[in-house]
Design a protein around this ligand. Sequence first.
Ligand code: AP5
Length: 214
Amino acid sequence: MIVVLTGAPGAGKGTQADLIAEKLGYKKISTGDALRRQIQIGSDIGKQAQSIMAEGRLVPDSVLLGILKSELDAAGSKPVLLDGYPRNLAQAKALQDLVGTGLIKAAVHLDVDYQSLANRITGRRTCVQCGASYHVANSPARVEGVCDKCGGSLIQRPDDDAEKVKTRLQIYENDTRPILDFYRDLGLYHRVDGNSPAPKVFAELSGLLQSLGT
Ligand code: AP5
């Protein structure tokens, strides 16, 4: 069973996906995290993706499909939450072809006002070691620059500066937003208001997932 979690950059997908994995037992598949791991280990995929991601553009669909397949294989029988895939119509159709209709139970759109997104992204700090995410104002680490969970260093992602954020939001509008209608047409679309503090968003999101019987 698969739930797609979609939304603009900075909407809180990763934050909510971590909570759903921890509290509801889902396997979180984040294609952004998977790509960053490839960069960290210096693989061919990582080398190909690094500059594309740093510019805020989308990595080629063929690369993502390979990553998706291996992550889904590793998930076994657990319910899966997809964070960051699909990112365009071609990927949405590829996912349907890969898993068949029926396995995708819902596509949840985490909807956040545009003025909040840039602030959330530019204030984000990410742990180089475990990938945990913080925000300098909304959810700061206990010790500045140090991850609460593993003691790793906190950095600003290369694609999190104001210029790159503009590119990422434009790509979201052009390429990703059309998948909302794709899922509406399939009767799978649900909207969750992502503007509230993270615990309140989680309460709404987990309530929705439970009401869907997922
Ligand atoms: P990816 O890592 O998926 O980035 P993204 O979609 O741009 O999303 P973000 O990670 O920026 O934000 P988020 O929604 O997860 O928010 P978060 O919870 O961190 O992708 C990165 C790149 O990889 C892409 O640009 C592309 O190059 C490539 N890529 C990935 N998937 C791909 C695909 N399928 N095809 C092609 N290329 C692909 O929260 C953000 C901040 O806000 C944090 O600081 C957090 O603490 C804070 N925050 C969270 N929730 C709240 C809240 N409710 N209130 C206040 N602050 C909050």
